[in-house]
Design a protein around this ligand. Structure first.
Ligand code: ZN
Ligand code: ZN
Length: 56
């Protein structure tokens, strides 16, 4: 099942798409990255890094 994770310093995770709301996070206000891992490690989520800027 897809979930959304923050690739910043907060390691945030959500069941819904959105942006990071952690004020202390290096990626506060940045879009959460969709992830479909089943082990909770979010191994594929870090691959997008900051490429969101190019597509939006
Ligand atoms: Zn964050
Ligand atoms: Zn994951």
């Amino acid at each position: 099942m897809v979930h959304y994770v923050c690739t910043g310093s907060c390691d945030g995770e959500s069941n819904d798409s959105g942006v990071c709301e952690a004020k202390f996070c290096s990626k506060e206000g940045r879009p959460l990255v969709p992830c479909e891992c089943e082990d909770g490690l979010h191994a594929g989520a870090g691959q997008k890094t900051d490429s969101e800027d190019a597509t939006d």
